[in-house]
Design a protein around this ligand. Sequence first.
Ligand code: UGA
Length: 443
Amino acid sequence: MERVSVFGTGYLGATHAAGMAELGHEVIGVDTDEAKVARLQAGDLPFFEPGLPELLARHVESGRLRFTTDPAEAASEADVHFIGVGTPQKHGKHAADLTQVHAVVDALAPLLDRPAVILGKSTVPVGTAAQLTMRFQELAPAGAAVELGWNPEFLREGLAVQDTLRPDRIVLGVDPGRPGSVEEVTRRIYAPILDAGTPVIVTDLATAELAKVAANAFLATKISFINAMAEVCDAVGADVRDLADAIGHDARIGRAFLNAGLGFGGGCLPKDLRAFRARASELGVGESLAFLREVESINTRRRGRVVDLARQAVGGRLEGARIAVLGVAFKPDSDDIRDSPALDVAGRLHLEGADVLVYDPRAMANAARSWPTLAFADSVEDAVAGARLVIVATEWQEFREADPGALAKLVVERQVIDARNCLDVDAWCAAGWRYQGLGRHAS
Ligand code: UGA
Protein backbone atom coordinates (compact mmCIF):
# COMPACT_ATOMS: atom_id res chain seq x y z
CA MET A 1 0.00 0.00 0.00
CA GLU A 2 1.28 3.45 -0.97
CA ARG A 3 0.02 6.84 0.14
CA VAL A 4 -0.74 8.85 -2.98
CA SER A 5 -2.39 12.12 -3.86
CA VAL A 6 -4.05 13.05 -7.14
CA PHE A 7 -4.21 16.76 -8.07
CA GLY A 8 -7.24 17.51 -10.25
CA THR A 9 -10.56 15.70 -9.96
CA GLY A 10 -11.97 15.97 -13.47
CA TYR A 11 -12.50 12.92 -15.73
CA LEU A 12 -8.87 11.97 -15.51
CA GLY A 13 -8.14 12.83 -11.87
CA ALA A 14 -11.32 11.47 -10.30
CA THR A 15 -11.06 8.21 -12.24
CA HIS A 16 -7.38 7.84 -11.43
CA ALA A 17 -7.95 8.56 -7.73
CA ALA A 18 -10.71 5.93 -7.51
CA GLY A 19 -8.61 3.51 -9.54
CA MET A 20 -5.62 3.91 -7.22
CA ALA A 21 -7.89 3.22 -4.23
CA GLU A 22 -9.14 0.11 -6.01
CA LEU A 23 -5.52 -1.04 -6.39
CA GLY A 24 -5.24 -0.84 -2.59
CA HIS A 25 -3.61 2.54 -2.05
CA GLU A 26 -4.59 5.31 0.38
CA VAL A 27 -5.63 8.16 -1.85
CA ILE A 28 -6.24 11.84 -1.34
CA GLY A 29 -7.79 13.77 -4.22
CA VAL A 30 -7.08 17.51 -4.35
CA ASP A 31 -8.99 20.16 -6.25
CA THR A 32 -9.42 23.91 -5.92
CA ASP A 33 -13.16 23.62 -6.65
CA GLU A 34 -14.84 23.40 -3.24
CA ALA A 35 -18.22 22.35 -4.59
CA LYS A 36 -16.69 19.51 -6.59
CA VAL A 37 -14.65 18.32 -3.62
CA ALA A 38 -17.74 18.36 -1.40
CA ARG A 39 -19.70 16.28 -3.94
CA LEU A 40 -16.91 13.76 -4.41
CA GLN A 41 -16.39 13.50 -0.66
CA ALA A 42 -20.12 12.68 -0.41
CA GLY A 43 -19.54 9.88 -2.96
CA ASP A 44 -21.37 11.81 -5.68
CA LEU A 45 -19.70 11.90 -9.10
CA PRO A 46 -20.22 15.24 -10.90
CA PHE A 47 -20.21 13.66 -14.41
CA PHE A 48 -21.45 10.49 -16.08
CA GLU A 49 -18.99 7.61 -16.34
CA PRO A 50 -20.20 4.00 -16.27
CA GLY A 51 -18.91 2.03 -13.25
CA LEU A 52 -17.20 4.99 -11.61
CA PRO A 53 -19.95 6.00 -9.13
CA GLU A 54 -19.80 2.52 -7.55
CA LEU A 55 -16.00 2.61 -7.27
CA LEU A 56 -16.06 6.11 -5.83
CA ALA A 57 -18.78 5.34 -3.28
CA ARG A 58 -17.08 2.12 -2.15
CA HIS A 59 -13.71 3.68 -1.50
CA VAL A 60 -14.98 6.94 -0.01
CA GLU A 61 -17.03 4.86 2.38
CA SER A 62 -14.09 2.65 3.35
CA GLY A 63 -12.03 5.80 4.01
CA ARG A 64 -9.34 4.73 1.56
CA LEU A 65 -10.25 7.62 -0.73
CA ARG A 66 -10.90 11.17 0.37
CA PHE A 67 -10.95 14.62 -1.17
CA THR A 68 -9.70 17.99 -0.03
CA THR A 69 -9.02 21.51 -1.29
CA ASP A 70 -5.93 21.76 0.89
CA PRO A 71 -2.64 20.78 -0.79
CA ALA A 72 -0.95 20.75 2.63
CA GLU A 73 -2.91 17.61 3.52
CA ALA A 74 -1.64 15.92 0.40
CA ALA A 75 1.94 17.02 1.08
CA SER A 76 1.89 15.77 4.64
CA GLU A 77 0.04 12.50 4.04
CA ALA A 78 1.27 11.26 0.66
CA ASP A 79 4.70 10.42 -0.74
CA VAL A 80 3.62 10.15 -4.37
CA HIS A 81 1.71 12.93 -6.08
CA PHE A 82 -0.07 12.55 -9.41
CA ILE A 83 -0.80 15.63 -11.51
CA GLY A 84 -4.10 15.09 -13.33
CA VAL A 85 -5.39 18.62 -13.92
CA GLY A 86 -6.79 19.85 -17.23
CA THR A 87 -4.71 21.38 -20.02
CA PRO A 88 -7.37 23.03 -22.19
CA GLN A 89 -6.78 25.03 -25.35
CA LYS A 90 -5.58 28.59 -24.74
CA HIS A 91 -8.26 31.18 -25.40
CA GLY A 92 -7.96 32.32 -29.02
CA LYS A 93 -4.84 30.21 -29.62
CA HIS A 94 -4.01 26.64 -30.57
CA ALA A 95 -1.47 26.03 -27.78
CA ALA A 96 -2.27 24.25 -24.51
CA ASP A 97 -3.02 26.34 -21.46
CA LEU A 98 -0.82 25.07 -18.61
CA THR A 99 -2.17 27.41 -15.94
CA GLN A 100 -3.60 24.57 -13.87
CA VAL A 101 -0.41 22.51 -14.05
CA HIS A 102 1.69 25.47 -12.92
CA ALA A 103 -0.78 26.20 -10.13
CA VAL A 104 -0.28 22.66 -8.79
CA VAL A 105 3.50 23.07 -8.82
CA ASP A 106 3.28 26.44 -7.08
CA ALA A 107 0.92 25.11 -4.43
CA LEU A 108 2.58 21.76 -3.80
CA ALA A 109 6.33 22.27 -4.25
CA PRO A 110 6.90 24.67 -1.31
CA LEU A 111 5.23 22.11 0.98
CA LEU A 112 7.51 19.20 0.07
CA ASP A 113 9.99 18.92 2.90
CA ARG A 114 10.76 15.22 2.51
CA PRO A 115 11.54 12.97 -0.47
CA ALA A 116 8.60 12.67 -2.85
CA VAL A 117 7.80 11.37 -6.31
CA ILE A 118 5.68 13.46 -8.68
CA LEU A 119 4.02 11.62 -11.55
CA GLY A 120 2.55 13.77 -14.31
CA LYS A 121 -0.52 12.41 -16.07
CA SER A 122 -1.91 15.53 -17.75
CA THR A 123 -1.43 15.90 -21.50
CA VAL A 124 1.29 18.52 -21.91
CA PRO A 125 3.45 19.98 -24.68
CA VAL A 126 6.73 18.11 -25.05
CA GLY A 127 9.40 19.72 -22.88
CA THR A 128 7.05 20.58 -20.02
CA ALA A 129 8.18 17.76 -17.71
CA ALA A 130 11.83 18.85 -17.85
CA GLN A 131 10.81 22.40 -16.89
CA LEU A 132 8.57 21.16 -14.09
CA THR A 133 11.41 19.05 -12.65
CA MET A 134 13.55 22.15 -12.29
CA ARG A 135 10.69 24.16 -10.84
CA PHE A 136 9.84 21.50 -8.24
CA GLN A 137 13.46 21.14 -7.18
CA GLU A 138 13.90 24.91 -6.93
CA LEU A 139 10.76 25.51 -4.87
CA ALA A 140 10.72 22.41 -2.64
CA PRO A 141 12.58 22.49 0.69
CA ALA A 142 13.50 18.85 -0.05
CA GLY A 143 15.22 20.04 -3.28
CA ALA A 144 16.64 17.23 -5.41
CA ALA A 145 14.88 14.64 -3.24
CA VAL A 146 11.72 15.57 -5.13
CA GLU A 147 11.76 13.48 -8.32
CA LEU A 148 9.48 13.70 -11.31
CA GLY A 149 8.33 11.15 -13.85
CA TRP A 150 5.82 11.41 -16.71
CA ASN A 151 3.15 8.76 -16.83
CA PRO A 152 0.64 9.71 -19.55
CA GLU A 153 -2.95 8.59 -19.33
CA PHE A 154 -4.67 6.89 -22.27
CA LEU A 155 -8.14 6.29 -20.80
CA ARG A 156 -11.24 6.74 -22.92
CA GLU A 157 -14.38 8.36 -21.59
CA GLY A 158 -17.11 5.77 -21.22
CA LEU A 159 -14.47 3.09 -20.58
CA ALA A 160 -12.44 5.05 -18.04
CA VAL A 161 -12.64 2.52 -15.20
CA GLN A 162 -11.64 -0.41 -17.37
CA ASP A 163 -8.84 1.59 -19.02
CA THR A 164 -7.47 2.62 -15.61
CA LEU A 165 -7.54 -0.82 -14.02
CA ARG A 166 -6.64 -2.79 -17.16
CA PRO A 167 -4.68 -0.41 -19.38
CA ASP A 168 -3.10 -1.83 -22.54
CA ARG A 169 0.26 -0.31 -21.60
CA ILE A 170 1.98 1.81 -18.97
CA VAL A 171 4.34 4.48 -20.23
CA LEU A 172 6.80 6.09 -17.85
CA GLY A 173 9.21 8.86 -18.67
CA VAL A 174 12.13 9.43 -16.32
CA ASP A 175 15.07 11.79 -16.46
CA PRO A 176 18.10 9.63 -17.36
CA GLY A 177 20.35 12.42 -16.05
CA ARG A 178 18.86 12.08 -12.56
CA PRO A 179 18.61 8.40 -11.73
CA GLY A 180 16.38 7.92 -8.70
CA SER A 181 13.47 5.98 -7.39
CA VAL A 182 10.72 7.06 -9.84
CA GLU A 183 10.64 3.78 -11.75
CA GLU A 184 10.73 1.64 -8.63
CA VAL A 185 7.93 3.63 -6.96
CA THR A 186 5.82 3.57 -10.14
CA ARG A 187 6.24 -0.18 -10.47
CA ARG A 188 5.11 -0.58 -6.83
CA ILE A 189 2.03 1.57 -7.40
CA TYR A 190 0.97 -0.32 -10.52
CA ALA A 191 2.08 -3.75 -9.21
CA PRO A 192 -1.33 -5.48 -9.63
CA ILE A 193 -1.56 -4.19 -13.21
CA LEU A 194 2.02 -5.15 -14.05
CA ASP A 195 1.59 -8.59 -12.47
CA ALA A 196 -1.22 -9.15 -14.99
CA GLY A 197 1.39 -8.87 -17.76
CA THR A 198 0.70 -5.28 -18.90
CA PRO A 199 3.62 -4.01 -20.99
CA VAL A 200 5.67 -1.13 -19.56
CA ILE A 201 7.65 1.29 -21.65
CA VAL A 202 10.23 3.14 -19.58
CA THR A 203 11.75 5.98 -21.52
CA ASP A 204 12.87 9.58 -21.23
CA LEU A 205 10.53 12.42 -20.27
CA ALA A 206 10.12 13.88 -23.77
CA THR A 207 9.26 10.51 -25.33
CA ALA A 208 6.65 9.85 -22.64
CA GLU A 209 5.05 13.26 -23.23
CA LEU A 210 5.08 12.64 -26.97
CA ALA A 211 3.57 9.16 -26.58
CA LYS A 212 0.30 10.73 -25.50
CA VAL A 213 -0.07 13.38 -28.18
CA ALA A 214 1.27 11.06 -30.88
CA ALA A 215 -1.34 8.43 -29.93
CA ASN A 216 -4.19 10.95 -30.10
CA ALA A 217 -2.86 12.40 -33.37
CA PHE A 218 -2.70 8.91 -34.88
CA LEU A 219 -6.24 8.07 -33.76
CA ALA A 220 -7.55 11.35 -35.20
CA THR A 221 -5.70 10.65 -38.45
CA LYS A 222 -7.27 7.21 -38.69
CA ILE A 223 -10.74 8.69 -38.25
CA SER A 224 -10.12 11.41 -40.82
CA PHE A 225 -8.63 8.90 -43.24
CA ILE A 226 -11.82 6.83 -43.24
CA ASN A 227 -13.94 9.98 -43.41
CA ALA A 228 -11.99 11.05 -46.50
CA MET A 229 -12.73 7.59 -47.93
CA ALA A 230 -16.41 8.20 -47.12
CA GLU A 231 -16.31 11.32 -49.29
CA VAL A 232 -14.88 9.24 -52.14
CA CYS A 233 -17.49 6.51 -51.51
CA ASP A 234 -20.23 9.14 -51.77
CA ALA A 235 -18.88 10.22 -55.15
CA VAL A 236 -19.08 6.69 -56.59
CA GLY A 237 -21.89 5.08 -54.58
CA ALA A 238 -19.51 2.76 -52.70
CA ASP A 239 -19.96 1.67 -49.07
CA VAL A 240 -17.46 2.94 -46.51
CA ARG A 241 -18.43 0.40 -43.84
CA ASP A 242 -17.63 -2.50 -46.15
CA LEU A 243 -14.48 -0.68 -47.19
CA ALA A 244 -13.41 -0.32 -43.53
CA ASP A 245 -14.01 -4.05 -43.00
CA ALA A 246 -12.12 -4.88 -46.16
CA ILE A 247 -9.02 -2.93 -45.15
CA GLY A 248 -9.41 -3.41 -41.39
CA HIS A 249 -8.88 -7.16 -41.56
CA ASP A 250 -5.30 -6.43 -42.49
CA ALA A 251 -3.67 -6.60 -39.05
CA ARG A 252 -1.27 -3.85 -40.07
CA ILE A 253 -4.25 -1.52 -40.53
CA GLY A 254 -6.76 -2.77 -37.94
CA ARG A 255 -10.53 -2.12 -37.97
CA ALA A 256 -10.68 0.01 -34.78
CA PHE A 257 -11.20 3.76 -35.26
CA LEU A 258 -12.27 3.30 -38.86
CA ASN A 259 -15.90 4.21 -38.26
CA ALA A 260 -16.77 6.94 -40.71
CA GLY A 261 -19.42 9.47 -39.80
CA LEU A 262 -19.60 12.84 -38.14
CA GLY A 263 -15.98 12.74 -37.05
CA PHE A 264 -14.16 13.23 -33.79
CA GLY A 265 -14.85 15.65 -30.97
CA GLY A 266 -14.52 15.68 -27.20
CA GLY A 267 -12.22 17.30 -24.71
CA CYS A 268 -9.07 15.57 -25.98
CA LEU A 269 -8.52 14.72 -29.65
CA PRO A 270 -9.35 18.15 -31.14
CA LYS A 271 -7.42 20.26 -28.63
CA ASP A 272 -4.49 17.85 -28.42
CA LEU A 273 -4.12 17.96 -32.20
CA ARG A 274 -4.00 21.74 -32.18
CA ALA A 275 -1.63 21.95 -29.23
CA PHE A 276 0.69 19.39 -30.85
CA ARG A 277 0.85 21.45 -34.03
CA ALA A 278 1.45 24.64 -32.05
CA ARG A 279 4.30 22.99 -30.13
CA ALA A 280 5.84 21.55 -33.30
CA SER A 281 5.89 25.04 -34.82
CA GLU A 282 7.62 26.40 -31.73
CA LEU A 283 10.21 23.64 -32.09
CA GLY A 284 10.80 24.50 -35.76
CA VAL A 285 9.23 21.27 -37.04
CA GLY A 286 5.81 22.64 -37.95
CA GLU A 287 6.17 21.13 -41.41
CA SER A 288 6.31 17.62 -39.92
CA LEU A 289 2.80 18.00 -38.54
CA ALA A 290 1.34 20.07 -41.38
CA PHE A 291 -0.77 17.04 -42.37
CA LEU A 292 -2.68 17.37 -39.09
CA ARG A 293 -4.24 20.54 -40.44
CA GLU A 294 -5.76 18.43 -43.21
CA VAL A 295 -6.88 15.86 -40.62
CA GLU A 296 -8.73 18.65 -38.86
CA SER A 297 -10.29 20.10 -41.98
CA ILE A 298 -11.59 16.69 -43.11
CA ASN A 299 -13.07 16.40 -39.63
CA THR A 300 -14.82 19.77 -39.73
CA ARG A 301 -16.15 19.13 -43.24
CA ARG A 302 -18.23 16.24 -41.84
CA ARG A 303 -20.39 18.61 -39.86
CA GLY A 304 -21.00 20.87 -42.85
CA ARG A 305 -21.83 17.82 -44.97
CA VAL A 306 -24.59 16.72 -42.57
CA VAL A 307 -26.07 20.23 -42.49
CA ASP A 308 -26.01 20.26 -46.33
CA LEU A 309 -27.71 16.86 -46.50
CA ALA A 310 -30.34 18.06 -44.03
CA ARG A 311 -31.01 21.19 -46.09
CA GLN A 312 -31.43 19.11 -49.25
CA ALA A 313 -33.68 16.63 -47.44
CA VAL A 314 -36.16 19.33 -46.46
CA GLY A 315 -36.29 20.91 -49.89
CA GLY A 316 -33.43 23.43 -49.83
CA ARG A 317 -34.52 25.70 -46.97
CA LEU A 318 -34.03 24.81 -43.33
CA GLU A 319 -36.16 27.65 -42.03
CA GLY A 320 -39.13 26.30 -40.09
CA ALA A 321 -38.35 22.64 -40.91
CA ARG A 322 -39.03 20.30 -37.98
CA ILE A 323 -35.89 18.20 -37.49
CA ALA A 324 -35.18 15.66 -34.75
CA VAL A 325 -31.52 15.42 -33.72
CA LEU A 326 -30.83 12.23 -31.80
CA GLY A 327 -27.66 12.60 -29.75
CA VAL A 328 -25.61 15.59 -28.66
CA ALA A 329 -22.85 13.88 -26.64
CA PHE A 330 -19.51 13.73 -28.47
CA LYS A 331 -19.77 9.95 -28.29
CA PRO A 332 -22.09 7.39 -26.70
CA ASP A 333 -21.90 6.48 -22.99
CA SER A 334 -20.81 9.99 -22.13
CA ASP A 335 -22.51 13.23 -21.06
CA ASP A 336 -19.58 15.22 -22.45
CA ILE A 337 -20.47 17.82 -25.08
CA ARG A 338 -17.05 19.46 -25.41
CA ASP A 339 -16.39 20.06 -29.12
CA SER A 340 -19.22 17.66 -29.87
CA PRO A 341 -19.85 17.22 -33.62
CA ALA A 342 -23.46 16.25 -32.83
CA LEU A 343 -24.18 19.38 -30.82
CA ASP A 344 -22.46 21.48 -33.46
CA VAL A 345 -24.80 20.10 -36.14
CA ALA A 346 -27.87 20.68 -33.94
CA GLY A 347 -26.70 24.23 -33.26
CA ARG A 348 -26.00 25.02 -36.93
CA LEU A 349 -29.43 23.75 -38.01
CA HIS A 350 -31.01 25.82 -35.26
CA LEU A 351 -29.08 28.94 -36.33
CA GLU A 352 -30.29 28.42 -39.91
CA GLY A 353 -33.84 28.59 -38.61
CA ALA A 354 -34.77 24.92 -38.46
CA ASP A 355 -37.21 23.87 -35.76
CA VAL A 356 -34.81 21.47 -34.02
CA LEU A 357 -35.81 19.12 -31.24
CA VAL A 358 -32.94 17.32 -29.56
CA TYR A 359 -32.88 14.16 -27.49
CA ASP A 360 -29.86 12.54 -25.79
CA PRO A 361 -29.99 9.93 -23.02
CA ARG A 362 -27.36 11.70 -20.86
CA ALA A 363 -26.00 14.90 -22.31
CA MET A 364 -29.05 17.18 -22.48
CA ALA A 365 -28.37 19.09 -19.25
CA ASN A 366 -24.85 19.97 -20.40
CA ALA A 367 -26.09 20.79 -23.90
CA ALA A 368 -28.85 23.04 -22.55
CA ARG A 369 -26.26 24.96 -20.53
CA SER A 370 -24.11 25.68 -23.57
CA TRP A 371 -27.02 26.12 -26.05
CA PRO A 372 -29.89 27.52 -23.95
CA THR A 373 -31.95 28.35 -27.06
CA LEU A 374 -32.06 24.75 -28.33
CA ALA A 375 -35.23 22.78 -27.63
CA PHE A 376 -35.02 19.39 -25.93
CA ALA A 377 -37.39 16.42 -25.89
CA ASP A 378 -37.94 13.83 -23.17
CA SER A 379 -37.57 10.77 -25.38
CA VAL A 380 -36.75 9.58 -28.89
CA GLU A 381 -40.48 9.42 -29.60
CA ASP A 382 -41.08 13.01 -28.44
CA ALA A 383 -38.16 14.23 -30.52
CA VAL A 384 -39.26 12.59 -33.76
CA ALA A 385 -43.01 13.27 -33.41
CA GLY A 386 -44.00 15.56 -36.29
CA ALA A 387 -40.47 15.67 -37.77
CA ARG A 388 -39.72 15.95 -41.47
CA LEU A 389 -36.22 14.64 -40.90
CA VAL A 390 -34.47 12.56 -38.22
CA ILE A 391 -30.69 12.85 -37.77
CA VAL A 392 -28.82 10.27 -35.70
CA ALA A 393 -25.80 12.26 -34.54
CA THR A 394 -24.41 10.10 -31.70
CA GLU A 395 -24.51 6.30 -31.90
CA TRP A 396 -26.19 5.57 -28.56
CA GLN A 397 -27.36 1.96 -28.21
CA GLU A 398 -30.88 3.28 -27.66
CA PHE A 399 -30.92 4.80 -31.17
CA ARG A 400 -29.35 1.77 -32.81
CA GLU A 401 -32.07 -0.39 -31.29
CA ALA A 402 -34.96 2.00 -31.97
CA ASP A 403 -37.81 0.40 -33.91
CA PRO A 404 -37.98 2.14 -37.33
CA GLY A 405 -41.52 0.83 -37.83
CA ALA A 406 -42.81 2.47 -34.65
CA LEU A 407 -40.96 5.73 -35.32
CA ALA A 408 -42.28 5.83 -38.89
CA LYS A 409 -45.80 6.30 -37.50
CA LEU A 410 -44.76 9.43 -35.58
CA VAL A 411 -43.01 11.45 -38.27
CA VAL A 412 -44.40 13.64 -41.03
CA GLU A 413 -41.77 12.49 -43.54
CA ARG A 414 -39.81 9.25 -43.29
CA GLN A 415 -36.34 10.63 -43.83
CA VAL A 416 -33.31 9.70 -41.76
CA ILE A 417 -29.69 10.85 -41.93
CA ASP A 418 -27.54 8.29 -40.17
CA ALA A 419 -24.59 10.57 -39.40
CA ARG A 420 -22.84 7.80 -37.46
CA ASN A 421 -23.50 4.96 -39.93
CA CYS A 422 -24.89 2.96 -37.04
CA LEU A 423 -28.41 1.97 -38.15
CA ASP A 424 -29.60 -1.23 -39.78
CA VAL A 425 -30.17 0.13 -43.31
CA ASP A 426 -32.40 -2.75 -44.43
CA ALA A 427 -34.68 -2.51 -41.39
CA TRP A 428 -35.12 1.26 -41.81
CA CYS A 429 -35.74 0.99 -45.54
CA ALA A 430 -38.20 -1.87 -45.00
CA ALA A 431 -40.14 0.45 -42.67
CA GLY A 432 -40.43 2.96 -45.49
CA TRP A 433 -37.63 5.37 -44.56
CA ARG A 434 -35.49 7.25 -47.05
CA TYR A 435 -32.06 6.44 -45.59
CA GLN A 436 -28.85 8.42 -46.03
CA GLY A 437 -25.58 7.54 -44.35
CA LEU A 438 -22.18 9.16 -44.81
CA GLY A 439 -20.39 7.14 -47.47
CA ARG A 440 -23.11 4.55 -47.11
CA HIS A 441 -26.35 4.21 -48.99
CA ALA A 442 -29.52 2.22 -49.09
CA SER A 443 -29.16 -0.49 -51.75
C1 UGA B 1 -9.38 9.85 -26.52
C2 UGA B 1 -8.40 8.67 -26.71
O1 UGA B 1 -9.07 7.59 -27.37
C3 UGA B 1 -7.88 8.18 -25.36
O2 UGA B 1 -6.92 7.16 -25.55
C4 UGA B 1 -7.23 9.38 -24.64
O3 UGA B 1 -6.76 9.01 -23.35
C5 UGA B 1 -8.25 10.48 -24.48
O4 UGA B 1 -8.74 10.88 -25.78
C6 UGA B 1 -7.58 11.63 -23.81
O5 UGA B 1 -6.69 12.24 -24.42
O6 UGA B 1 -7.85 11.89 -22.63
P1 UGA B 1 -11.95 10.02 -25.80
O7 UGA B 1 -11.83 11.50 -26.04
O8 UGA B 1 -12.63 9.53 -24.58
O9 UGA B 1 -10.50 9.33 -25.81
O10 UGA B 1 -12.78 9.45 -27.04
P2 UGA B 1 -12.52 8.43 -28.23
O11 UGA B 1 -13.13 7.15 -27.93
O12 UGA B 1 -11.11 8.46 -28.67
O13 UGA B 1 -13.39 9.13 -29.37
C7 UGA B 1 -13.05 10.44 -29.83
C8 UGA B 1 -13.98 10.90 -30.91
O14 UGA B 1 -13.74 10.16 -32.12
C9 UGA B 1 -15.47 10.72 -30.61
O15 UGA B 1 -16.14 11.89 -31.01
C10 UGA B 1 -15.88 9.55 -31.45
O16 UGA B 1 -17.22 9.59 -31.83
C11 UGA B 1 -14.96 9.70 -32.65
N1 UGA B 1 -14.70 8.44 -33.38
C12 UGA B 1 -14.05 7.41 -32.78
C13 UGA B 1 -15.09 8.32 -34.72
O17 UGA B 1 -15.67 9.26 -35.30
N2 UGA B 1 -14.82 7.17 -35.40
C14 UGA B 1 -14.18 6.13 -34.81
O18 UGA B 1 -13.95 5.11 -35.50
C15 UGA B 1 -13.79 6.24 -33.47
